[in-house]
Design a protein around this ligand. Structure first.
Ligand SMILES: O=C(CO)[C@@H](O)[C@H](O)COP(=O)(O)O
Ligand SMILES: [Co+2]
Length: 216
């Protein structure tokens, strides 16, 4: 499959959310990446259900929801209700990761697991055949606009090896500091999904930047 682009709406203009979501609908973006932060798992708070409901109201492409919250199992049904198509939980935030993945799938959503930069890919060995996506964090989660961590490149290879070894159908997403300077290398190494916030929304022409990222 050719790679997918998932713009992170966190970098959008919240005073004109409808406008940004409609721009994404019309662009070559495949999914909208929705960052949920609780101020505990990460040192920042983004937004919650009312804002997600507003995004869903105007979105015509899937919402890929990245939960940076502790004990995400508490809110799985609630995120489904607010329109999540994919739910991505952090390995580091789940005591019972396997059961959380099963719960997400039983709600009819795709299940993803995100790994912080310090977390070794091998930790996913026992769940890799149960999940739809591995989201490799290429920054420490909590904020948009940070610098890309270069160790991510070898993590893509390690993730591919694990997927291959276990015969998993999971795809690989990269999140944080993705821009026009590193996108083609990420895709070459095997990234299936590029999540990008600042590189898209802070550019002069977000629509064109999405197209450039999609067609690299
Ligand atoms: O999850 C996160 C940050 O915690 C990301 O989704 C960022 O929101 C991506 O933004 P840029 O790094 O592309 O600006
Ligand atoms: Co994210």
């Amino acid at each position: 499959m050719s790679h997918l682009i998932a713009p992170s709406i966190l970098a959008g203009n919240f005073a004109y959310l409808q406008k940004d979501v409609e721009m994404l609908n019309k662009s070559e973006a495949d999914w909208i990446h929705v960052d949920i932060m609780d101020g505990l798992f990460v040192p920042n708070i983004s937004f919650g259900f009312p804002v997600m409901d507003a995004i869903k109201k105007y979105a015509s492409i899937p919402l890929s929801v990245h939960l940076m919250i502790i004990k995400p199992e508490r809110f799985i049904s609630r995120f489904k209700k607010s329109g999540a198509d994919h739910l991505i939980v952090h390995y580091e935030a789940c005591t019972h990761l396997h059961s959380t993945i099963q719960k997400i799938k039983s709600e009819g959503m795709q299940a993803g697991v995100a790994l912080n930069p310090h977390t070794t890919v091998n930790h996913l060995d026992d769940v890799i055949t149960d999940i739809d996506q591995v989201l490799i964090m290429s920054v420490n989660p909590g904020f948009g606009g940070q610098n890309f961590i270069k160790n991510t490149y070898r993590k893509i290879e390690q993730t591919w090896n694990l997927i291959d070894k276990r015969g998993s159908s999971a795809v690989i997403g990269i999140d944080g500091g993705v821009d026009l300077t590193n996108a083609s290398k990420l895709v070459e190494l095997g990234a299936d999904i590029l999540v990008a916030g600042s590189a898209i929304f802070k550019s002069d022409n977000p629509n064109k930047t999405i197209s450039t990222l999609k067609n690299i």
